[in-house]
Design a protein. Structure first.
Lengths: 289, 400
């Protein structure tokens, strides 16, 4: 078989350094191409979320929705965080299929393609955090007392994005239906995630027995988003009895924070699934592309 | 010697699934349910060979013989269905020159990207950058997006970067067909340099002369099988025979006529040696002689012997003549007779040509014997003109 030992006989500094360089260049390429030819370039990564925040702020004021002052920071945090997931999901469709010329031409670990796509989106995500933090600070909603929650949030979020990227980029090589399915799936996922509604609403509306309401955290984004909001705006990690009461759910329906482990477990599952798909697909990328 | 290999291809088989190759989820699911797996096409069938370190192997074969598939497997971009292909050292492939370039990135960015794909450290690539630009002759354009490059510039940069990454094994697929004469010469020089440096190469080309010039050994693939492997002369002969055979089948030799008079021999002769060529001949020189012999059971008055030469690919007749036109009347034929026809081929473009012959009456009413596409000629000598044939053309100063 084409094992790595014979392929990189002259790997200067080992495979990590060798392929790390390729990953870096491809990620930069993805970023460069995104804004190639536009005058403002990467500033769009800052402008887009800033404009989004501004628009929500203006319309929330005009239409008087969202009730208390806490809704807008809650919403835009969700939107910016969701943006990384959605962006990676969409870009990953073409991570391998769109690089067929490279894949057919030279051998290199195919995992680099979705990895660099995810990295490019992660860099973009970090940029979008700048206007978010700025807004939260200016609006007086930034609560960094429990910022340590951002560590598992970012780690899980990146692992999830990478797993999805592996999965989606591979599937789209073999089944071109993937891109259509992803469009619908993404919308469904968005509604299943408490981006624009409160987690308490989801927990109280979930058609589950009280002891099992924590199952909503099987959606990895539910848990990840909760950690981000905990770290950034000091929201409660899981909806407590008071929050639930506002939506008519009994105190017994309050899930424990341990349910967040379900989110972490599903991240691991998605990641392994993606890794498995990529390894299976790697055998015949060259035939299909 | 056995240990000193750079490429080891061992019993490599590659099968592709044809119909129902799962492009949509629906068909994939339906096929799986019906237990249908699609038709299978064997692109490579049990191919085994080794390329020694420092050796250049030429790969020849008809279109669809599996040459590119084999090269992809050696490059590692495709996996064999059975068997294994191993390489030692870094492999650089010119499967499609510049194919990996991204149109929106500049020449410089693409060069660095290619280096990274080949696993070359950044500092090394930086050091080689000037040499690459120099070789490609693109100093003024290297900061432009390659979108604005002409196809020639694209290919030049592709070749330059692929050879400058300094691989141990270089795989070249039909790249010498592109680029101008000067660039081709540069490429050939580079290949020679490679050989001298003890690197291994596998190259595909339809240009047999190039293959002969560059290769130490030649491998001949036919329908996915390795049918010849060895020194240039013996293998190329087999390949020529195969490709001319395919050509003959395509050109469609046909024979008809009333039979009062018949050709008994139509033979192509090398004018230099007097030796007969086979019916399908490769002619390197400028002259050929056709020996025509016939027989008439009963006396035939004023027969005419004619010939025509047509392009083998589409049958377009380029030239035709006969004894009547040429003013060499044959008063009668009875028993055995014949003529020799000497052809000056120097005005004919290189390529494949089919010769047809006819015996007919002076009034063109009766066709005694017609042999269509009887002989196939492959002209290999290079010509210094454009098009199919040379016409007399002279230049002069305008009249004052």
């Amino acid at each position: 078989m084409n094992d790595a030992t014979t392929r990189d006989g002259r790997a200067a500094g080992g495979p990590l350094r060798k392929w790390g360089e390729l990953t870096r260049i491809l990620a930069i390429r993805n970023l460069k191409i995104r804004y190639k030819g536009s005058a403002l370039g990467f500033f769009w990564s800052l402008l887009t979320p800033a404009a989004t925040i501004l628009m929500y702020a203006v319309f929330a004021r005009i239409l008087k929705f969202g009730g208390g002052g806490g809704y807008l920071p809650f919403l835009v945090t969700g939107i910016v965080v969701w943006g990384f997931t959605a962006g990676t999901l969409n870009d990953s469709l073409h991570a391998i299929a769109g690089n067929s010329n490279l894949v057919k031409k030279v051998y290199f670990p195919r995992a680099i393609l979705p990895l660099s796509t995810t990295l490019a989106n992660a860099v973009n995500f970090l940029l979008t955090l700048v206007p978010l933090l700025l807004y939260l600070a200016l609006a007086g909603h930034l609560r960094l007392g429990r910022a340590y929650w951002l560590v598992p949030a970012v780690a899980l979020h990146f692992a999830l994005a990478l797993g999805i990227s592996y999965l989606v980029s591979t599937l789209n090589v073999f089944f071109r239906d993937t891109q259509h399915a992803v469009g619908i799936g993404q919308l469904a996922w968005f509604f299943l995630t408490p981006v624009f509604y409160y987690p308490a609403m989801q927990v109280s509306a979930a058609p589950l027995p009280d002891a099992w309401r924590g199952l909503v955290y099987l959606n990895p984004m539910t848990g990840i988003l909760a950690m981000y909001r905990r770290g950034l705006i000091g929201d409660e990690l899981v909806p407590g009895p008071e929050s639930l009461a506002a939506w008519g759910a009994p105190a017994s329906a309050a899930p424990t924070a341990w349910w967040l482990a379900a989110s972490a477990a599903s991240v691991a599952l998605v990641f392994l699934l993606g890794l498995f798909a990529l390894r299976r697909g790697d055998r015949s990328f060259g035939d299909v592309l | 010697m056995d240990e000193d290999w750079a490429i080891d291809v061992s019993h490599v088989t590659k099968r592709f699934r044809l119909a129902g190759s799962a492009r949509s989820l629906k068909t994939a699911v339906l096929d799986a349910l019906r237990g249908r797996r699609g038709r299978v096409f064997a692109a490579l069938d049990d191919v085994t060979f080794r390329v020694r370190r420092g050796e250049t192997l030429g790969l020849i074969g008809a279109n669809g013989a599996g040459k590119s598939t084999l090269l992809s497997i050696v490059a590692g971009t495709m996996r064999p269905t059975g068997g294994a292909a191993r390489t030692r050292g870094t492999v650089s492939s010119l499967l499609e020159l510049g194919a990996g370039f991204h149109p929106d990135l500049t020449g410089r960015e693409n060069v660095m990207l290619y280096g990274a794909i080949m696993g070359i450290p950044r500092e090394t690539m930086r050091a080689r950058f000037d040499a690459i630009v120099e070789f490609a002759g693109l100093r003024d354009f290297i900061e432009e997006p390659v979108r604005f490059y002409s196809s020639g510039m694209y290919v030049r940069l592709g070749f330059a970067v692929a050879v400058q990454v300094d691989p141990d094994v270089l795989l070249v697929d039909e790249v010498l067909a592109v680029g101008d004469a000067e660039f081709q010469r540069k490429c050939l020089d580079k290949m020679d340099e490679f050989r001298r440096a003890g690197k291994s190469m596998v190259l595909i080309s339809h240009d047999i002369n190039t293959i002969r010039r560059v290769s130490d050994r030649i491998a001949h693939l036919s329908h996915g099988r390795l049918v010849g492997l060895g020194d240039a002369d013996s293998v190329v002969q087999g390949y020529q025979a195969e490709s001319m055979g395919a050509l003959a089948a395509a050109a469609g030799a046909r024979e008809w006529g009333t039979g009062e008079m018949r050709f008994t021999k139509v033979e192509l002769v090398d004018p230099a040696t007097g030796a007969a060529f086979p019916d399908r001949a490769v002619v390197a020189g400028d002259r050929a002689v056709v020996r025509l012999r016939w027989h008439a059971d009963k006396r035939v008055e004023r027969p005419v012997c004619g010939f025509s030469i047509a392009r083998a690919s589409d049958g377009a007749v380029l030239f035709g003549s006969n004894t009547q036109i040429a003013g060499r009347e044959i008063p009668f034929a009875e028993g055995d007779g014949g003529l020799d026809l000497e052809l000056d081929l120097s005005n004919l473009a290189a390529g494949d040509w089919a010769l047809s012959f006819a015996l007919h009456g002076a009034d063109h009413e009766k066709n005694y014997h017609r042999l269509e596409n009887r002989l196939l000629l492959r002209l290999t000598a290079s010509r210094w003109f454009d098009g199919l044939a040379r016409l007399p053309a002279t230049w002069s100063e305008p009249a004052p």
